[in-house]
Design a protein around this ligand. Sequence first.
Ligand SMILES: *[C@@H]1O[C@H](CO)[C@@H](O)[C@H](O)[C@H]1NC(C)=O
Length: 398
Amino acid sequence: MTALSLLLLAVSAASALAESTVYFREQFEDGGLQTSQDARFYALSTRFDDFSNQGQPLVIQFTVKHEQSIDCGGGYIKLFPSEVSQEDMHGDSVYNIMFGPDICGPGTKKVHVIFNYKGKNHLINKDVRCKDDEYTHLYTLIVSPDNTYEVKIDNKKVESGNLEDDWDFLPPKKIKDPEAKKPEDWDDREKIPDPDDKKPEDWDKPENIPDPDAKKPDDWDDEMDGEWEPPMVTNPDYKGEWKPREISNPAYKGKWIHPEIDNPEYTADSEIYKYDSIGVIGLDLWQVKSGTIFDNFLITNDPNVAEEVGNDTWGKTKDAEKKMKESQEEEERKKREEEDKKRRDEAKEEDEEEEEEKDEEEEEEEEEEGEEREEEEEEEEEEEEEDEGTDSKLKDEL
Ligand SMILES: *[C@@H]1O[C@H](CO)[C@@H](O)[C@H](O)[C@H]1NC(C)=O
């Protein structure tokens, strides 16, 4: 809650370098913004100087760490036009771009890249996998004025292409000509039955015949059993249904291809990438299991600057983070092993004590037994004699 109650602070004036512009940058000193309550909607946003990405690349970058080993929850950001009301920001608030990882169960582990185009949200047609481990990852989206894009994770390209190809912003360029029809006499049979092929005269044979080897049983009584008939068996000469062989169709014209025409609904747009107003960045997401840490937000027009910032932030901490986690896990493993060993040793000691007690008891018993043995043997002999007596008595009674 503490981290969340912090407000994102905008870097007021976009710090303009030679040609590159940083529109927004936020790096938290205390380790980022962390979601803190399970099964909750989060809505947090901050405003910066409104800009348009017309004629310029647009780079959105931030880090996400699912420290809690997330099962279901969003890890994406949204860029809004300035007109959005931050106080009333919710799932249906109109945004320009939604970008970042989204995980829910084993089925959904993707990077969302959603663009609002002419009032409608369009999801990417490709499946971009996100990271689902517990480490910090750097997510970068680059949208270029030539209507291409690139998605990077940890400063490595994971997807790229054309906006027009990978989203359904525009209707298709070509459609099947609704006027065109396959001509009635179009023969698209590649093979036909050979008209000259004739069924051989001796082809037709019954499928089943009376068993020629069957003999009427000797004790068969026609009056009692009815007239004897041999059982039916499969006819070895049966050839099945006759079909003429196939030959190439001399009239074959090839597969009919539906001619295409320019789609009258299609209008090219060379500025799909463009947003007139970008002025608010927000986290508007749902998390089943909280604990995700967001940090290192950056919006710029320079992919190089973004990469550098990525290197200076995520790039500097990733190895230490990994080492720390590994040593933590190593420590936990050792602790577990020690506990296991302790438990085993204790169990062993108990066993040994029991053994000793047992040994002592046995020794004592043996000593006593030694003294008693002679007496017992004598007694047993006597008893045996007696037993025999009762035995025979019983037998007699039986
Ligand atoms: C970022 O780091 C990678 C790996 O060390 C390096 O190859 C790349 O040139 C760096 N990028 C920038 C812009 O400094």
